[in-house]
Design a protein around this ligand. Structure first.
Ligand code: NAD
Ligand code: TYD
Length: 350
């Protein structure tokens, strides 16, 4: 029986994680703190908002006073820390927001949990959700393992790397019972359409250009979001305190091959002529400091905790496209207002 503080539960991964824990563990009490930035959306949690074991609090993880109050009221036994500024392109234009939430926010949470638990660490868990981008960029071969040295190159990945280091420092210095996982790129329902896959699905629907940075040869390892949160569940319950686990999809795609696969499937689903959506592909100026390749070696997670991805990519992508086609209202809501402004800033000059 846990009392869990989930941070960033109204975001993409956080909403899947919150749904999984609220529905799978009715005995757990779950409090979701989320600032509701442009990326946070309570529509992502509509189906569980009235669940008796779920509470939402709008708040900022840098607010030490609020965190202390929440720990005092709810007596948390665990933290699942998902809140972050998460988009690399935004980190290039506004790095300080990333330092504030990802570094200062994580440190504030750690400090609050340590003070509240006050050395009584039995059955306590501080779980930090992180990214494979902390390891930097691979060449054409090789994989990131848990032993790979950190080499972050964007303000986003540097802020996540800093937060991982601070989490480990609290483990080594104060014995705070931490767990960390570093996951590859996720995709699936509720993904904000600033990231490659949902942005392209949205643009294909609307017959808008599909912006490919550089030559489209950068490689990412894609994992269906429900497989990611299933891995978090396994690590949370059976992973070892103080350890790091890499989570990956064994599923590498160049950006251009991925976008062509999206176009192929969407032509079929939308009843368009074969090859029609591919005509929307437009090569644009490359991202500054664009990491060439990410690929995860998830052997430790498979061998020690028995986790494997469940979905093949073509199937996961098909499910994802269907979700966006069936949830046009969600897409319309998140792409109105501020999104238009972001889109013009980001792409009109490329
Ligand atoms: P997201 O941007 O969709 O969601 C982030 C959530 O955090 C939003 O709901 C936002 O409102 C909230 N938030 C931001 N700043 C906050 C603050 N100061 N206080 C409280 N809430 C705040 O992000 P995501 O893609 O769901 O990523 C979630 C976590 O998983 C992040 O830590 C990210 O680094 C990590 N991760 C993401 C991916 C991926 O492919 N998306 C892969 C590996 C790891
Ligand atoms: P993204 O979804 O932003 O994830 P990340 O940068 O964290 O891996 O981008 C995935 C890849 O797609 C990355 O190599 C950058 C590229 N990309 C484009 O080519 N065009 C786009 O419009 C976006 C958003 C990304």
């Amino acid at each position: 029986m846990h009392k869990i503080l989930i941070t960033g539960g109204a975001g993409f991964i956080g909403s899947h994680l919150t749904r999984l824990f609220v529905t799978k563990y009715p005995d757990y009490n779950i409090v979701n703190i989320d600032k509701l930035t442009y990326a946070g959306n309570l529509e992502n949690l509509k189906d569980i908002e009235d669940a008796p074991n779920y509470t939402f609090v709008r708040g900022d993880i840098t607010d030490a006073g609020l965190l202390k109050e929440l720990f005092d009221i709810h007596q948390f036994t665990a933290v699942l820390h998902c809140a972050a500024e998460s988009h690399v392109d935004r980190s290039i234009t506004d790095p300080l927001a990333f330092i504030t939430t990802n570094v200062v926010g994580t440190a504030t949470l750690l400090h609050t949990a340590r003070q509240y638990w006050n050395g009584a660490y039995e059955n306590k868990i501080f779980y930090h959700i992180s990214t494979d981008e902390v390891y930097g960029s691979l060449g054409e071969t090789g994989f990131f393992t848990e032993e790979t040295a950190y080499d972050p190159r964007s303000p986003y990945s540097a802020s996540k790397a800093s937060s991982d280091h601070i989490v480990r420092a609290f483990y080594h210095t104060y014995h705070l019972p931490v767990k960390i996982s570093n996951c590859s790129n996720n995709y699936g329902p509720f993904h904000f359409p600033e990231k490659l896959i949902p942005l392209c699905i949205h643009n294909i629907i609307n017959n808008k250009p599909l912006p490919i940075y550089g030559k489209g040869e950068n490689v990412r390892d894609w994992l269906y979001v429900e497989d990611h949160v299933r891995a978090i569940d396994v690590i949370f319950h059976t992973g070892k305190v103080g350890e790091t686990y890499n989570i990956g999809g064994h599923n590498e795609w160049t950006n251009i091959a991925l976008v062509k696969e999206l176009c192929r499937q969407m032509d079929e689903k939308l009843g368009r002529d074969k090859g029609e959506s591919e005509k929307l592909i437009t090569y644009v100026k490359d991202r500054a400091g664009h990491d060439l390749r990410y690929a995860i070696d998830a052997t430790k997670l498979k061998d020690q905790l028995g986790w494997l991805p469940s979905l093949q990519f073509e199937e996961g992508i098909s499910k994802t496209i269907d979700w966006y086609l069936n949830n046009s209202e969600w897409l319309q809501h998140v792409t109105s207002g501020n999104y238009q402004h972001y889109y013009e800033q980001q792409y009109d000059k490329r």
